[in-house]
Design a protein around this ligand. Sequence first.
Ligand code: ADP
Ligand code: ZN
Length: 212
Amino acid sequence: MNLIIFGAPGAGKGTQGEFVSKSKSIPAISTGDMFREAVASKSELGKKVSSIMSKGALVPDSIVLKLVEERLRKDDCKSGFLLDGFPRTLPQAKGLEEILARSNKKIDKVISLEVSEESIIKRLSSRRICKNCGRKYNLETLPPKKEGICDNCGGELFQREDDTASTIKHRLSVYFIETQPLIEYYKNQNILQTVNGNKSVPEISAEIAALL
Ligand code: ADP
Ligand code: ZN
């Protein structure tokens, strides 16, 4: 199954994407994670995108499409994949279709997580991540047992550079202008499935499982 998990920043795409990836045995491909890895490894790509990301702006479509095309060519995508954080613009959606068409593939479903703007801002500003194992916490809804320390591995928690107030606002306005129109686009293709993202993590997972 070829899937897209769609939603605003902080809608819970990463968390639910991981769940779908495990239950369907398909790789979860997060362009945001791939770019963060590139930045961390100081690769050529990382140098290009680092300042764009810290501003909360979008990486140019051509760079994103090239990265995704290479990733989808790998063997583990043969029996399906889940895209998280991509496509984010109309040209990216069209580019994805062209990439897939070359190997007679298409997107089967787009799962759209709907969350109110108010709770997005709250979620992003209280999000913390383990430096060591990547587990995500929320200071309000899912705090670690010991402040600043990961329950899972004892690692130190940090806040993503783009999870600060002014950058969050910018990311949201980019989302509303560039990304939200894709909802209509996929609705017109009859592949959009909407899920209420304001519920608890297991409730949302159950709703998604029922759709797949
Ligand atoms: P979130 O969904 O929480 O905003 P991501 O981890 O998906 O975060 O993305 C972080 C940043 O990486 C984005 O703000 C953007 O700069 C860059 N990025 C990720 N995916 C894309 C994409 N498909 N197109 C353009 N830029 C992207
Ligand atoms: Zn950890």
